[in-house]
Write a protein that binds this ligand. Sequence first.
Ligand SMILES: NC(=O)c1ccc[n+]([C@@H]2O[C@H](COP(=O)([O-])OP(=O)(O)OC[C@H]3O[C@@H](n4cnc5c(N)ncnc54)[C@H](OP(=O)(O)O)[C@@H]3O)[C@@H](O)[C@H]2O)c1
Length: 300
Amino acid sequence: MEETKNIVIIGGRGRIGSALTRRYSSNPRYTVTSFGRKELDLADLASIDSALIGLEFDLVINAAAMTNVDACEQHPETAKRANTTGPARVAEICRNKGARMFHISTDYVYDGASPGLRHEGDATEPTGIYGQTKLDGENAVLAALGEHGLIIRTSWVFGPDRPSFPDMVLQWACEREVVEAIDDKWSCPCYSEDFAQYLELLFDNENAHGVLHLCNSGSCSWFDYGQAVLSIAEAEGVVLKCSDLKPIELFQMDRFIAPRPMHTAMATVKFAELTGVTPRGWQVALREYLRSELAKSNDA
Ligand SMILES: NC(=O)c1ccc[n+]([C@@H]2O[C@H](COP(=O)([O-])OP(=O)(O)OC[C@H]3O[C@@H](n4cnc5c(N)ncnc54)[C@H](OP(=O)(O)O)[C@@H]3O)[C@@H](O)[C@H]2O)c1
């Protein structure tokens, strides 16, 4: 009989954390303890200790972070606690218990200055506080855990647990005649349900350590991403006030506080080599997601 794996999920109420919690809790092979911020606050070392030290586990997945890039720029000390100091403490506890840690991170560790796909060995140079605190968190986790640590960088996450770019674009296109989208920033969308499924392939893989990219295959600009949302929605019978987005450039977004990197689309070749699985394309995943969300709203 296969052994049960004890998994702790931190940030279990977030967009990715909810998908992980749902998928792994429904599998009898896993015993899952999922913490929201109230039960485990990464910004409070005592809260981390009291949640984790008395617990037995084989694997911690940290899906919690201060993810609002503008708030990070305005509150760098709070960002440091959530994105660097807290994960470092979690990693120390994992080391003391001989547990592995999967730490979720971001494409914002890259400066995004040149076009093309980023690979895991490429130089990192964050453009803002969010990326810097996340990179410092990555380094702290790897320093504490060596081969027991895995950094999983993802990007442009969408899914049913919290609204994100596709949900917002669709809502605006139903309400307004003109909707703008940035046409000179590129990355890779990632469906949270796919992320949870693909991450599971690494649980028993001892070669999975260091840094790994994980998102759906294919890259696009925010404009392409939004336009794909509208095409899928129209094909599904949604009546839009705006069918064609208006392209704008990143520099025109004067309400952005933090600088955003332009070219951070990530290659997932290393993931495919480790697991034998190439993540499916973002358009297919997006279509599945939007269909299921539209079906829910039709049923409501
Ligand atoms: N979303 C994206 O497009 C994207 C892109 C690249 C990388 N990522 C990475 O993916 C991971 C998960 O992001 P996500 O999309 O699931 O973001 P999310 O929906 O914002 O979830 C983050 C979770 O972390 C929690 N949190 C924030 N500060 C905390 C603290 N001090 N202690 C404990 N929990 C705290 C939040 O709780 P509250 O709800 O109470 O705030 C939330 O539940 C993060 O590492 C992020 O950097 C996400």
